[in-house]
Write a protein that binds this ligand. Sequence first.
Ligand SMILES: C[S@@+](CC[C@H](N)C(=O)[O-])C[C@H]1O[C@@H](n2cnc3c(N)ncnc32)[C@H](O)[C@@H]1O
Length: 363
Amino acid sequence: MENGNGEASNNNNNARLAIMELANMISVPMSLNAVVRLKVADAIWEGGSNAPLSPTEILAKIRPSEGGGGGDAENLQRVLRMLASYGVFAEHIVDDGSQRRYSLTEVGKTLVTDENGLSYGSYVLQHHQDALMRAWTMVHEAVNDSSTEPFAKANGEPAYNYYGTKPEMNNLMLNAMSGVSVPFMKAILESYNGFQGVKTLVDIGGSGGDCLKMILEKHQSIQQGINFDLPEVVAKAPKIPRINHIGGDMFKYVPKGDAIFMKWVLTTWTDDECKQIMKSCYNALPEKGKLIACEPVLPHYTDDSKRTRALLEGDIFVMTIYRAKGKHRTEDEYRQLGRSAGFADCRSLYIDHFFTILEFHKL
Ligand SMILES: C[S@@+](CC[C@H](N)C(=O)[O-])C[C@H]1O[C@@H](n2cnc3c(N)ncnc32)[C@H](O)[C@@H]1O
């Protein structure tokens, strides 16, 4: 009996601890946002040295105009220490335990700005802008009334319209997409052979054209790339050899090509909107043409793995920001959408842990 009571009390203790962790979880993304704003990862990385630094040394690098001082080192340490427990920084306790120093883990290195000015930092910043934060207090509204997403309820219009009228948000969105998509494309282009034989490739919702540029660099046989996105987005896209940027609305028109690429687009939209987009793609493709979609695909079973959590958390982001009925879908749900748009079959490739490649074939 004593043993039984002890176990029950331990379970209860763990449950109270777990709910405290969950209730305070907002500290994690907001601290991540803080270290990106403060450019801590670049300061530690410093051209690849990644030498463990004390919070005071980090402050001296990120606030040089203060003469190597200024800022609160203790508070920076509190932020770094908490993020070290989430694997963003490695903590080194030195000088007989009296000093803490921090270097970057593999996760932390994703925040380092590369030679093209890209990192995952822009994605972190993009997600925590004021307009998005206003929507996060209204997640329950997506349950009460799913006809309008929390973002539109909080800000008066849908997210893409809102970004379109605010150049800073539009630019940050472009950078955020590049920062996430370039490393993904590098990884998949090493092994994915689905672009072979394609002459004209269209990228729907292609943002600044980074994905298409990388595909065309790898596959010189592709004669022409068409980067299709909203007019205000392609207006900011750089000139890229063999690529035409076309501004438009995919709900009204989709350019023709012998293959269509579409990454991280369907997820944002409702089932009916996805059917409409996929049907337009089907009509824009020739016989034997294919739609190559890269989307986060949910596993059937729920578990506490990093992959499942990243996908389920992204699902709530879509529900809150883009469409209350936009969603991360299972492979089966994508197959059904493809069938309803006329595609004969769907091949799935799990090369990346976050994005799955879904090839929809036209007979
Ligand atoms: C999540 S982003 C993905 C960008 C890019 N494919 C990538 O993976 O890096 C979705 C893209 O869809 C574009 N988009 C949204 N609504 C659109 C529309 N009605 N017509 C064309 N593009 C649209 C956005 O501007 C944005 O670039």
